[in-house]
Design a protein around this ligand. Structure first.
Ligand code: ATP
Length: 353
């Protein structure tokens, strides 16, 4: 493991930012810290960096206890959301900076510095901008230069705090792909803070979902997406509908429809939360299985090859369903139509008596 955070607790006054939290980042992998605002992501990143210190618990980097060490002695590289390039220096000088300020004994020769900077500028594919100043770059270019600058000192770990947060959606998407490729090439252990689930799912080798200063769930993107362990993770990954109902004999009665939960056939009679992803509904014109919810079509929006259909159930509850465009075409749905909604797949969480 390159990074091991063990039982870290951090408070600010009476505010608990991290509650005995432990995480580990395997060498050469990219781990995303994903969570809502205030869940403690940045605090954790700052503690790994040595920009802040825990009340208790430890941080090990490559097996060494780094808990009390200052940032500059930890061998970490950072990139933050707001570009921190030096305005009065060219792109070349920005990237060279970390090498030029090394103590004389450790400083590479100017020829070596030039070679390293050229290599990094090639890596981030921006060699042609070497003589420009930061104000003459686009936001995406500045973040790529910030990354080259962080990499110049050959950090043992790279910490990225919402590095693409201030950029527009298209640029973010390009940079995500670019970061993934760069990471495959360099294999620097990286921790990326983000509240963007798509970014985490697309870029990371492992995701740590944080909630209120704790780890809610961790795992590979595929595992997490296929097996959210709690309602919080389901909701955070998005695209879900929640139904409350009574669980009896492995079925949840959600009023008008029944959701099957055979895995809970033995559970006691109790309240339950049933979660259905929007693409796990079917919509029909006629009722034929007795498991459907009658609903009215409220709004229809085509997004590429899927159609998002907003429906309201008889009680007024809003259901968001996503249908393949071909299925939508067959149904020829329009606003105000009466239909039936069938949950094909649901995950049920017992809530107790
Ligand atoms: P965001 O996505 O909004 O940046 P986050 O998940 O990174 O949020 P943190 O910035 O780590 O969350 O904050 C965690 C909690 O600690 C929040 O409740 C925040 O208000 C509190 N906190 C963070 N830094 C300080 C500070 N310097 N002083 C007081 N409270 C702080």
């Amino acid at each position: 493991m390159s990074i091991e955070v063990r039982n870290v607790r951090k408070t600010f006054g009476d505010q608990v930012a991290l509650q005995d939290l432990s995480i580990a980042a395997p060498t050469g992998k990219l781990v995303a810290l994903l969570g809502p605002s205030g869940s403690g992501k940045t605090t954790l990143l700052r503690i790994i960096a040595g920009l802040d210190f825990p009340d208790s618990g430890t941080v090990h980097l490559h097996g060494d206890d780094a808990t009390g060490r200052r940032a500059r002695d930890r061998g970490v590289g950072f990139v933050f959301q707001h570009y921190a390039l030096f305005r009065h220096m060219t792109v070349f000088e920005n990237v060279a900076f970390g090498l030029r300020v090394r103590p004389r004994r450790e400083r590479p020769s100017s020829g070596q510095i030039r070679a390293t900077v050229e290599e990094l500028l090639d890596l981030v594919q921006l060699g042609w901008l070497r003589d420009r100043y930061p104000s003459q770059l686009s936001g995406g270019q500045r973040q790529r230069i910030a990354l080259a600058r962080a990499l110049a000192v050959k950090p043992r770990v790279l910490l990225l705090d919402e590095p693409f947060g201030a950029l527009d959606a298209m640029v973010r998407k390009d940079l995500r792909r670019w970061l993934r490729e760069l990471q495959d090439q360099l294999q620097v252990t990286t921790v990326l803070v983000t509240h963007d689930r798509e970014e985490a799912l697309e870029v990371a080798d492992a995701i740590v979902v944080m909630n209120n200063g704790r780890v809610e769930q961790e795992g590979s993107p595929d595992h997490l997406y296929a097996n959210p362990g709690t309602p919080f993770v389901y909701r955070f990954l998005g695209g879900v509908n929640l139904f409350h109902g009574r669980l009896r004999n492995g079925e949840v009665d959600i009023g008008g429809a029944t959701i099957k939960a055979p895995e809970l056939a033995e559970a006691e009679d109790q309240w339950a939360l049933a979660i259905v992803r929007s693409y796990d509904f079917d919509v029909t014109r006629v009722a034929n299985r007795g498991l459907e919810m009658p609903a009215i079509v409220r709004h229809v929006r085509t997004v590429g090859h899927v159609v998002r259909v907003e429906l309201s159930e008889l009680s007024g509850k809003v259901i968001e369903a996503e249908l393949p465009a071909a299925r939508f075409g067959e149904l020829a749905l329009g606003k105000g139509d009466s239909v039936f909604v069938v949950p094909r797949l649901a995950r049920v969480f017992p809530q107790g008596a």
